[in-house]
Ligand binder design. Structure first.
Ligand SMILES: CC(C)(COP(=O)(O)OP(=O)(O)OC[C@H]1O[C@@H](n2cnc3c(N)ncnc32)[C@H](O)[C@@H]1OP(=O)(O)O)[C@@H](O)C(=O)NCCC(=O)NCCS
Length: 165
């Protein structure tokens, strides 16, 4: 991984490269409370946002190494607060891809006029994520105790995290 990282909106053609990243993260089972077995179509439905949301990919040397999705956290009178989800290929982690995706996501929310970003369920044992979000200004609003069954750590909390914009 040497080249420049580009972040751009995902296309339908990108799905073949995005799906294995999602499968891997779901299989790890440590970071998202997604169904453990999902068809490709169900995963696509979950991940590929339609406007007003957006799904992006992070590409380096022609390869998709990460993806994020973003959009309103709630419909109707809650749609001034956004939310987002992130997945970086395990072989590409720790090299700044997650941080660059997060900076893109924050900038996108600002440009769209959102007033804040809420993460609904950050697994408390997910040190990389908690470190990254905190370093970008997100605060832990509260933690639902024992709300996630981590294969590694057993029952752990789920943080609600918030960044006012
Ligand atoms: C969380 C995730 C998106 C971060 O992506 P990444 O490309 O590895 O992140 P970066 O390389 O930009 O690193 C971000 C920061 O986390 C730190 N970090 C990485 N792994 C860490 C770990 N295990 N413990 C503590 N900090 C860690 C890095 O040092 C870096 O901090 P710094 O910039 O202050 O040095 C990625 O690990 C991932 O996809 N995990 C599985 C899915 C997931 O957890 N999504 C988020 C759910 S809320």
């Amino acid at each position: 991984m040497t080249g420049r990282l580009t972040i751009r909106p995902a296309t339908e053609q990108d799905w073949a490269a995005i799906h294995p990243i999602i499968e891997q993260v779901v299989r790890e089972g440590e970071t998202y409370a997604y169904p453990m077995s999902m068809s490709s179509d169900a995963a696509r439905e979950l991940w590929m946002e339609q406007p007003p949301g957006l799904t992006v990919v992070a590409e380096r040397d022609g390869a998709i190494v990460g993806t994020a999705k973003m959009g309103p956290n709630r419909p109707g009178h809650g749609d001034h607060i956004g939310t987002a989800s992130f997945m970086v290929d395990a072989t590409a982690r720790g090299a700044g891809v997650g941080r660059q995706l997060a900076e893109y996501v924050i900038d996108w929310h600002r440009r769209q006029g959102f007033e804040g970003i809420q993460f609904n369920a950050v697994v408390a044992s997910n040190e990389a994520a908690v470190h990254l979000w905190t370093s970008l200004g997100f605060e832990i609003i509260g933690t639902v105790p024992n709300a996630f069954r981590s294969p590694r750590f057993g029952r752990v909390g789920l943080h609600v995290m918030f960044l006012p914009l």
